[in-house]
Structures are given as structure tokens and as C-alpha cells.
Design a binder for this molecule. Structure first.
Ligand SMILES: [Zn+2]
Ligand SMILES: [Zn+2]
Length: 363
């Protein structure tokens, strides 16, 4: 019996029926001429039977109120210019809106803020944050001179930005396609051989404190750019950390943030599993099923220094990571300085041409 028909095994490359080849002990495909060991086919079958759907299981979040005494001395503040609603204590002498720089913000009763679970305390002072900003300014090309004069440290506000932090245990089945290319030559021909692989990875990975920003006021792009934060420095919330700072209230619920958390977990899992596929070229995930269990969500506050600078009727906003001093923002450009620079470059390159021409003996 040379070509015994093997039950239901289909060629993973072309889908044709596979036959057992007694001579090699492998399964052989008559259409595409590939050979597969029975072991490989069994592994493929198991991978096919594994979960193929994503399952996300987050526990319901229970909002917590501030205790009566705890919130004594807290005020609400609202900004008539941009609509921001923040909280702060009585130590805030002059309050500037962290989101638009308006200084006419209205003090009102403290209400409607929920108690955070975790807080990352500020690690750098206002002076250090302003130094970081000034250093970033030095690197901004063609920054107008007057802009620097408008940037004042007393316009800077420390604000705790609300974040949702997700923990979960994650199980995943991820398939990758990959290639290995080898080439050689003999006296007549150059040869290129491409081997195609299907790589199966299954395993578990735990995530802790995956952040998703919970404020509509804080620009997502800014907040993403401010990372990384050192989440190991997170401590259980205590109102004492708010002294001298403002805190924003979340206006994107944990439910609304879930899709962003899900996609972050899925992407991070795929990246971690892809890291284990080494020694191949063109590694591509072909299917991935990620499921979580023990999904926990906590409400946290992250420290950010905010600075708004008005220049030529526009507001330039800067956010500075309150732990690391990393500065994020867009800078105005002085057209005159830029024009002067480029005419300088042109003159210089013209001079180079002139020299080259001279050497060639054209002049
Ligand atoms: Zn085949
Ligand atoms: Zn405002």
C-alpha cells in the first residue's frame, strides 16, 4: 500500500487531499508536492480547534463617593471660556484653567466628583517642569523671540488627569505566517529558495495598569505622547496629594473606554507573542484570538503640568509629564527667521557651486 488515503487531512498549502507515504512516513500532497509529518498535521488540527474568537470580560466598575470629611476644603471650578470642570482645594490662590489658560474661572460648590482608586503623585516641581519646557523651546526651530517673552511660569498649572487603568489575565492563540529565504549559486545558475511557515503560538500573559485617558478635555494625542508614566509609583488615593493642584473629573466612562482598552490589550499581546517568533522573515499574524479573564478596572489620576501661551491670537498648549518632564506641544514658527535661514542656505549652496565651477576651470 503505497498511497494510503488518510482521513480528512487536507493540505494546509493548497487544500487538496493528503496521502500517507509509507516510504518517508510523511503525508504527501500530490497537487503541490509538499510533505508534512503526521505530528505537524496533528498540531495544526489542535490549533484549528482552539478558540478563534476574542472574548473580553471586564468586571463592572463600582464608582466610589468621597467621604464627607475628606472633601472638606475642596471646591469645584468651572471655566466659562472652554467649559472645563475641575476640582481643587483652598490653597489654590489664583486659579488658571489648565485647558485654555483663562484666569477668570468660577469657584463653586464641590460636587459630582468620584473618588479615585489610585494616584500617581507629582514628582517634579513647577520650576523643574518650566525648565523642561524652556529646554524644549530651545530645540524648536525658528521660534519667535516674542513667544519666549510670553511664556511665564505663573501661567503653569498642575492638573491630575483622570485615567482608567485596566488589569487582566490574557489567554491567546495567535497564528503567524513567515518565510525563510535562502540563496546559492553554482557555475550555471543562481538559486533562491523560499520556505513558507505557519507558526502557532498559544499562551497566557498578564497585564497591569493599562491606561486609557478618561477626559474629553485632555487631547488623546497629547496624552499618548506624554507616556510613559511610571505606574509602579501609583499609590492608593489620598486627598492630601491634591493640595496645590487641580484635578479633572472623568467625563469618559469606563464603559466608553473599554474598546480602547480592548484594542490596546490585543495589540500588546500580539506584539509580545510576535517577539517570540525569531529567525524568520516577513512574519505576519494571520489569525489571533485573545480572551481575558479577571478584568479589573480602576480609576486613577496622572500628574500633568499644563501651560497655555497666547501668541498672535492663537493659544499654544503644552503638557509636561509630572513625573519625567517630557514636554509635548506645538510651537509657532517665526516666518522671518525661517526665511532668513533658507536664504542663508541658498547663498551657501550657491557659493559651493561657484567653488566647484572654479575648480573645473569654468571661471
Ligand atoms: Zn498541496
Ligand atoms: Zn478653560
Amino acid at each position: 500500500m503505497e498511497n494510503q488515503n488518510v482521513k480528512n487531512y487536507k493540505c494546509p498549502c493548497c487544500g487538496s487531499q493528503l496521502f500517507f507515504d509509507a516510504a518517508s512516513g510523511n503525508l504527501h500532497c500530490n497537487s503541490c508536492k509538499n510533505d508534512f509529518s503526521t505530528e505537524t498535521m496533528q498540531q495544526l488540527e489542535e490549533a484549528g480547534a482552539a478558540e478563534v474568537e476574542n472574548k473580553y470580560d471586564w468586571e463592572a466598575y463600582t464608582p466610589r463617593e468621597f467621604g464627607g470629611v475628606e472633601a472638606d476644603g475642596f471646591n469645584g471650578y468651572s471655566c466659562p471660556s472652554c467649559g472645563a470642570e475641575v476640582i481643587g482645594d483652598d490653597t489654590m490662590a489664583a486659579t488658571i484653567c489648565p485647558y485654555c489658560g483663562n484666569s477668570e474661572i468660577i469657584k463653586k460648590q464641590f460636587e459630582g466628583a468620584l473618588r479615585p482608586d489610585l494616584i500617581l503623585p507629582f514628582r517634579i516641581t513647577k520650576e523643574q517642569a518650566f525648565n523642561s519646557f524652556e529646554l524644549a523651546c530651545k530645540e524648536a526651530p525658528f521660534l519667535p523671540k516674542e513667544f519666549k517673552k510670553n511664556s511665564k511660569i505663573d501661567k503653569m498649572t498642575g492638573v491630575y488627569v483622570p485615567f482608567w487603568l485596566y488589569d487582566c489575565k490574557c489567554r491567546a492563540n495567535i497564528n503567524f505566517s513567515a518565510e525563510r529565504v535562502s540563496s546559492w549559486s553554482d557555475s550555471k545558475y543562481d538559486y533562491v529558495k523560499t520556505d513558507y511557515y505557519r507558526i502557532i503560538r498559544a499562551g497566557t500573559i498578564d497585564f497591569e495598569k493599562i491606561p486609557v485617558d478618561g477626559s474629553k478635555k485632555a487631547d488623546d494625542a497629547y496624552m499618548d505622547a506624554l507616556e510613559p508614566f511610571d505606574y509602579s509609583a501609583a499609590v492608593p488615593f489620598d486627598p492630601v496629594y491634591l493640595s496645590g493642584f487641580l484635578a479633572d473629573k472623568y467625563d469618559v466612562s469606563e464603559k466608553e473606554s473599554e474598546p480602547r482598552a480592548n484594542s490596546r490589550v490585543k495589540k500588546s499581546t500580539e506584539a509580545a507573542f510576535a517577539e517570540t517568533v525569531r529567525g524568520y522573515m516577513a512574519v505576519m499574524p494571520t489569525s489571533s484570538a485573545v480572551s481575558f479573564s479577571d478584568g479589573k478596572v480602576r480609576y486613577g489620576l496622572l500628574p500633568v503640568w499644563m501651560l497655555n501661551i497666547k501668541y498672535k491670537d492663537l493659544i499654544y498648549q503644552y503638557a509636561i509629564n509630572g513625573q519625567t518632564g517630557k514636554t509635548v506641544g506645538r510651537y509657532p514658527i517665526c516666518k522671518r527667521r525661517r526665511a532668513a535661514f533658507f536664504s542663508g542656505v541658498l547663498a551657501a549652496s550657491f557659493a559651493v557651486c561657484f567653488c566647484a565651477a572654479k575648480i573645473l576651470g569654468l571661471f
